[in-house]
Design a protein around this ligand. Structure first.
Ligand SMILES: [Zn+2]
Ligand SMILES: [Zn+2]
Length: 178
C-alpha cells in the first residue's frame, strides 16, 4: 500500500501500538491493520483537537482527530523515559501529532531502532515516543493541557512493572501486550 501525503491513518488496536513502540518488532500482519484512510483537507475542520505542552511551555503540540487508545505502559524504557512507575500514554497515528511551537527545542533519543523519544531540551519534559516508519506515536498524557475525552483502559508490559508499585485498579492487565 502506498501512502500519499494528506492522508490520515487510524490504528484501532492498542496491541499494535504497544508492540511497535515498547516491544518487539511487529509482524507485517499487525502493521497493516488500518481501519480508515480519509482525506485530510476534507475532514480537518470537523476533527477534534487536543492540546499539550512541556513544563516550560516552549514546546506545544496538538493531537488532531479522534483519540481511542489510552493506557499505562510499564515497560522499562517508559519508566526511564518518564522517571515514573509507568507511562500514561495516548496511542495515536503519528500523523495526528502536530508540533505547534518550539519544535527547535525538541531533542530526541533513539531508544530502539526506528523508535524516537522526544523531550524538551530546555525543561526535560518527556513528551512523546514516535515510530515514524510505522506511523505511530505515544504521547505522554501528563503533558496534556486539555481533556482528551477518554481515560486509560489497559495496562501493558506489567511483567516489567516497578517492584515498588502495586497495581490496584480493575483495568485489564497484560504481562506484555494483549
Ligand atoms: Zn520545556
Ligand atoms: Zn513502554
Amino acid at each position: 500500500m502506498s501512502l500519499k501525503s494528506g492522508t490520515w491513518l487510524f490504528y484501532p488496536a492498542t496491541t499494535v501500538i504497544g508492540t511497535v513502540l515498547c516491544g518487539k518488532t511487529p509482524s507485517r500482519r499487525h502493521v497493516l491493520i488500518l481501519v480508515c484512510i480519509t482525506d485530510h483537507s476534507n475532514r480537518l475542520e470537523n476533527l477534534s483537537v487536543i492540546s499539550g505542552s512541556c513544563l516550560c511551555q516552549c514546546v506545544q503540540y496538538q493531537i488532531i482527530g479522534d483519540i481511542t487508545n489510552m493506557g499505562y505502559c510499564h515497560c522499562h524504557k517508559c519508566q526511564k523515559f518518564t522517571g515514573s512507575a509507568f507511562a500514561p500514554a495516548i496511542w495515536i497515528a503519528y500523523e495526528q501529532l502536530k508540533w505547534i511551537l518550539g519544535e527547535e527545542s525538541l531533542s530526541r533519543y533513539q531508544s530502539s531502532p526506528g523508535i524516537f523519544r522526544y523531550f524538551c531540551s530546555r525543561c526535560g519534559s518527556s513528551i512523546a515516543t514516535v515510530a515514524p516508519d510505522h506511523h505511530l506515536a505515544s504521547v505522554c498524557a501528563g503533558t496534556l493541557d486539555t481533556d482528551p475525552g477518554i481515560k486509560p483502559a489497559i495496562h501493558i508490559h506489567t511483567a516489567s512493572r516497578a517492584c515498588w508499585y502495586d497495581l490496584l485498579d480493575d483495568l485489564p492487565k497484560h504481562r506484555l501486550e494483549p
